[in-house]
Design a protein around this ligand. Structure first.
Ligand code: NDP
Length: 313
């Protein structure tokens, strides 16, 4: 039998935006329900060191920070559901969200904080060797490449952090970037340049992954020089893709206004979406800052705006 749960505030997603929205909504006595989604805790659960979230003198761990946010959200009165939203109906208020386990949430406001997911290169061999040498998470899989040679693809903060993290295990880390300068922060660039295990391959793109069939295992990357188109091979046991993210908005396509990259559009200086009563916070609407602290800030804004909306309606 379908379980129907009526609420004032439904929060979809459990990253820094979702938990912060939950903390603020709960403290406003709105008794929010939060649906954790496929990756409870969000992207920070697959990172290690966090040294730019304010409030901690020492380096903290991403999974620990998310666990603390969850405990805090629960302690102030949020009901957290380890479930996945499979469909939403935003045609009328109250809005309805259907979950994988068969529940129906009927809510006067919704805060969307579903975050973003890693992008893939979508080239030959990638799908075949995913999990057999190809990964998008050094924290999850780096350990398997002890004393091996690996590659990281990308030039942003994620690529820099993954490359640095992998030096804890691998004997050599090749950072492959399609241009001649990195996008990542200067402090991370300095660490990369000063790490003897890291070799940066500039102006190169991966055009194919090749390996063995039996057992299925990645062996090499085919690289193409982005200036002279020359092709070379690079033998590696592992390849970590770190080329950015896509917003997790499949559920909301054609239901709410999005930009051309499927990020949810919100009003300037607000988390208000194209539908009154529905708010969006964090990476699902932000392609510029994408930090835990900015996501948390937007979660706070969304809860305050939901509270105001409820008191005016
Ligand atoms: P970014 O979008 O910042 O960087 C993506 C990188 O991948 C770019 O260097 C880009 O190249 C490259 N790239 C994109 N598509 C391709 C492709 N098809 N082939 C080859 N290379 C490609 O993403 P990140 O995931 O690194 O970072 C996302 C956000 O999260 C940023 O705002 C970042 O600052 C933040 N972040 C912050 C951290 C921190 O503060 N500690 C840690 C991790 C992330 P090009 O440069 O040529 O465009």
């Amino acid at each position: 039998m379908t379980k129907k749960i009526e609420t004032d505030v439904l929060i979809i997603g459990s990253g820094p935006a979702g938990y912060t929205a939950a903390i603020y909504a709960a403290r406003a006595n709105l008794k929010p329900h939060l649906i954790s989604g496929i990756q409870p805790g969000g992207q920070l659960t697959i990172t290690t060191d966090v040294e730019n979230y304010p409030g901690y003198g020492d380096v903290i761990q991403g999974p620990w920070l998310m666990e603390q946010m969850k405990i805090q959200a629960e302690n102030v009165g949020t009901q957290i559901h380890n479930d996945i939203i499979t469909e939403v109906n935003f045609k009328n208020n109250p809005f309805i969200a259907y979950t994988d386990s068969g529940s129906q949430f009927i809510s006067k406001t919704v805060i969307i904080s579903t975050g973003a997911q890693a992008k893939w290169l979508q080239i030959n061999g990638e799908e075949k060797y995913k999990g057999y040498g190809i990964s998008a998470c050094a924290t999850c899989d780096g350990f398997f490449f002890k004393d091996k040679e690996v590659a990281v693809i990308g030039g942003g903060n994620t690529a820099a952090e993954e490359a640095l993290f992998l030096t804890n295990f691998a004997k050599k880390v090749n950072l492959i970037h399609r241009r001649d300068s990195l996008r990542s922060e200067k402090i991370l660039q300095d660490r990369l340049f000063n790490n003897s295990k890291i070799n940066i391959l500039w102006n190169k793109k991966v055009i194919e992954f090749q390996g063995k069939n039996d057992p299925l295992i990645l062996e090499k990357l085919i690289l193409e020089d982005t200036i002279n188109n020359q092709k070379t091979n690079l033998s590696v046991s592992g390849a970590f893709i770190a080329i950015g993210h896509n917003p997790s908005t499949e559920l909301f396509i054609d239901k709410i206004k999005m930009d051309k990259d499927n990020y949810i559009i919100t009003q300037p200086d607000s988390t208000e979406t194209s539908i009154k009563g529905i708010f969006a916070a964090g990476d699902v609407k932000d392609k510029i800052y994408r930090q835990a602290v900015t996501a948390a800030g937007m979660g706070c804004m969304a809860a305050l705006e939901a509270e105001k909306y409820l008191s005016n309606s």
